[in-house]
Structures are given as structure tokens and as C-alpha cells.
Design a protein around this ligand. Sequence first.
Ligand SMILES: [Mg+2]
Length: 293
Amino acid sequence: MHQLNHQPELENMVDKIHPKKRYIFASDFDQTLSFNDSGYVLAELLGIPEAEFERKATGMAKLNLVQQGGELAYLLLHDPEFRKVRKEHLYEAGKRVRLKPNIDALYRFLSEELEDYHFDFYVISAGPVEVIRSALEGIIPADHIYGTEFEYNSKGEIERILHVTAGYGKVTVIDELLEQLKTGPDRIVYVGDGSSDIHVMLPVNRRDGFTIAVSKNKYLAPIAKRSVISDSALSVLIPILEDVVGWQPPSIRELFEAKGLLIQQWDKVQTDVLTIVPSTAPVEEHVSIALTD
Ligand SMILES: [Mg+2]
């Protein structure tokens, strides 16, 4: 009995002698933790046809006026139809987002269940923060979710953008987290699916962090250190356990089985995507390319 009382103290001591390795796990939201872009969900809620939203968003993207991923924020501030949006719409859109399964299991595992590692789980999205917090309510604490923030006027209308967490805006959040948690840039794991994640993956890689692509995006996949394609949010555990924690595939399979999940198919493929066309360039040019290469 006496000894039991001292257990927490003992654990504290063990923790001091043998502390857990602390990492930041930062994840994109749209199409990384969910299946569809929240912009589409919001457009549907407002009765804006999908094709029209697509036209507006891609038109914005082509202008390169805002950071990739920040198109919705711009539309919310300037587009007559999106100007109707109030906080309630953003909250409701969040509830309609289709989440990938097992986000809760991923969160619990990374923050609690590993013996020697602790991952602080953060979501960094270009989407409106209200949408993401609503979608992940009860799964991820609101203060672990970063998104684009707006200022509202007394009528509840969006008055201005406070900051957009797209592209380089995500790097700023990561830098703030590093400062706040007093940890090094080699202790970051960043997960994303789209071209707008390139801007954050490049500096994470350069500073010895770890990056995972969860799509076949042709710009992102070659930059990310690992790619994993699956409908389950828990799949990102595979590259983390293999490359960061150092587990072998049999232990990973066992872990999934202990969680009542079966890895049905695990194909390791490295894809080289090539376009080969008949050469029309003069022979001399070929020679000079070969020499300088
Ligand atoms: Mg995304």
C-alpha cells in the first residue's frame, strides 16, 4: 500500500531520468483529415452550385493574388455570394465535413500511447478556423487548431481577414509552435496533401523535420520524405513508426490488430512518373546537355 502511494513520484523520477522524446505533429485539414475541401461544403450550404464555386476558386488560384489554399478566405471577404456567410454557417459547414475515420485514435496514440515518444498534435489549415474547429469538435482541442481567422462587425459580417494560414502562413504557425514548446525544428512531423503544403514541407525538410504526403499530388510527393495513400487517418502512423520511432512492419501490424484494425493491403511502391516524347532538338544540344549534367 505504502509503495502504491509513492507511485506518481516514482513515475515522475523515471520521467526525469528517461524523458519522452517530444515531437510536434502538424497536419493539414482539407483532404488530409477530411475527404472534401471545406470550401465545397460551405458553397453547398449556401446553395452555390459546385461548378460555380470551382470556377471562382480556380479563377482566384490562377491570379496568384493569394497564397495557394487562401482562395476561400478571399472569396469570403470579397465575393458577393460568400459575403452572406456568418459564423453560424461556418460552424454548420464544419459539421457537414466528411472526416476520415480514426482521427481520434491517431490523436490518442500520438499523444498518450507511445512509451518513449510524445507527439503534440496540431492542425494547421488554410480553411476558416471556425469550420475546422467545428468539424473536429470533441476530437482535437480547439487551441490545437490553427486556421484562417476573420474579424466580424456588429452585424456579424466578415469585416476583414486577421491572418491566412495558407502557404507561408503555415510556416509562421510552425515557428510559433517551436518557440512556444521550446523544441527543435528536427522534431516536427508535417502531413499534407496538396500543392499549398509545399511551402511548409520545404523548410521542414531543410531543418531535418519529417514530412508525409497523403496524396499522389505530383508536386508534393517528390518533396515529402514519405507518401502514404489510404482512406484511414491512422495510416500516417506507418511512416512515423517506421522512420521516426524505428519500428518494423510486424510490430506495426500487431499494433493495428490490437486496435481492432486490420491492415488488409500494404503495398510499397516507388512510382517514377515519366512523359517520353519524340525528340526534335538538334543532336548537338543533346550532347551539351549530357556533358553539363
Ligand atoms: Mg489539404
